[in-house]
Unconditional design. Structure first.
Lengths: 115, 112
């Protein structure tokens, strides 16, 4: 299994530009999570989906952030317009919604730098 | 959400056992205790979880106090690869939520 796939791995952009981060969950997993990690705030849950439906988006910082999951094998996190304070590592994670297996599998992350 | 308290850092020598403590004095009856770790420049990875009874898997053991107000992650023989930040997290199973709230964790250093 390839694990959770995120792209790009690194993104450098200028303030005001639109940024789109992509995630492919593990095949068969039907729950997907977006996290953000910074030195100041640690690892924060932004939003998660079950069966492609957003369940909890209370961690999304503001309207500049949006996330979609058009199908079971793809999700995007978009920032428009981007700001320097959005610089962080963004992780995607997935898990299977079944039984007692609550293990979340994390991707390698996308390091975003907004100048 | 119930909170956890962990030491900021711990040290160990290679091949020695490591006991990583976690206090969760406000834990509720429906909170599961999860442990994840994050190796340098990687995403977090699941280690173990439990509710009331002690748990063992290939990576570690989880010892849960009888009153459930504290728990200890046990690495039986530390290796250099175990150097990571270890997070103790409570997950409320009341509504079958998937939400994990990561704290600051314990940074484990392992010396040869």
């Amino acid at each position: 299994d390839a694990g959770v796939i995120q792209s790009p791995r690194h993104e450098v952009t200028e303030m005001g530009q639109e940024v789109t981060l992509r995630c492919k969950p593990i095949s068969g997993h039907n729950s997907l999570f977006w996290y953000r990690q910074t030195m100041m705030r640690g690892l924060e849950l932004l939003i998660y989906f079950n069966n492609n439906v957003p369940i909890d988006d209370s961690g999304m910082p503001e309207d500049r952030f949006s996330a979609k999951m058009p199908n079971a094998s793809f999700s995007t996190l978009k920032i428009q317009p981007s700001e320097p304070r959005d610089s962080a590592v963004y992780f995607c994670a997935s898990r299977r919604l079944a039984g007692e297996d609550y293990e979340q599998y994390f991707g390698p992350g996308t390091r975003l730098t907004v100048t | 959400d119930a909170k956890t308290t962990q030491p900021n850092s711990m040290e160990s020598n290679e091949e020695e056992p490591v006991h990583l403590p976690c206090n969760h004095s406000t834990i509720s009856g429906t909170d599961y205790i999860h442990w994840y770790r994050q190796l340098p420049s990687q995403g977090p990875e699941y280690v173990i979880h439990g509710l009331t009874s002690n748990v063992n898997n290939r990576m570690a053991s989880l010892a849960i106090a009888e009153d459930r107000k504290s728990s200890t992650l046990i690495l039986h023989r530390a290796t250099l690869r175990d150097a990571a930040v270890y997070y103790c997290i409570l997950r409320d199973a009341t509504y079958n939520t998937d939400k994990l709230i990561f704290g600051t964790g314990t940074r484990l250093q392992v010396f040869p």
